[in-house]
Design a protein around this ligand. Sequence first.
Ligand code: FES
Length: 244
Amino acid sequence: MTQKDKPAIQIGSVESDPAVSIEVTKNGPYRVHGTPPLHVSVITQNSEGQSWSYQEGQAFALKDGDMLCRCGHSKNKPYCDGSHLKAGVDLTETASFAPLLEGATEIDGPTISLTDNETYCAFARFCDNGQRFWNEVQMPGEAHVKLAIYEAHHCPSGRLMVWDNATRKPIETAEPASLSLIEDPGEGVSGPLSLRGGIRVQSASGESYEIRNRQTLCRCGASSNKPFCDGSHASVKFEDGLNK
Ligand code: FES
């Protein structure tokens, strides 16, 4: 890869070991490069019934080159079993290669600020806690700042980011590369493939999307922003059968 071809890295994100990446195949599954850990990740709720944490579930062994379903129709999820060939789901990539922040709005608070690009919302709802994320950011006091940072870092898609007003830099945490299969029992559905740790996602065209700490890829086949999740799994009631 020449310097010119190097994918963009979002400010505050740290690229994973380049041996780990996800390749979107044309009208087919995700091909995994490297052997990142893969496990089920269940969204748990607090006493108010809001998304609060993740509970790790079943782990799946990955070999370099393994294929993960992105059409929602495999009978051997999370792996592809070739069902996409007959399922008739349009898996055409429609997402922009532009940096996520180009389409983000900004809200400033006294200590921290937020950026928000709703196009990438994976409907995990960690932002609904307390006074809701957008209000928490604007409220003075350490408790509100802590909650806002907590919520942003649990937002699996990277839609939400918090920024330190003093440094004008995002408040981000480097994480090891990992994949997880989100389950959302609060909504009664299965969610996207969550990527953490700056994993490069390569389009079927060969071009890479911007590398970000947190990304979510569509697994139900219904997103309007493929390969990224747009929350459509909730409306189509996607169920992968892995959270039994
Ligand atoms: S992408 Fe192959 S079965 Fe879903």
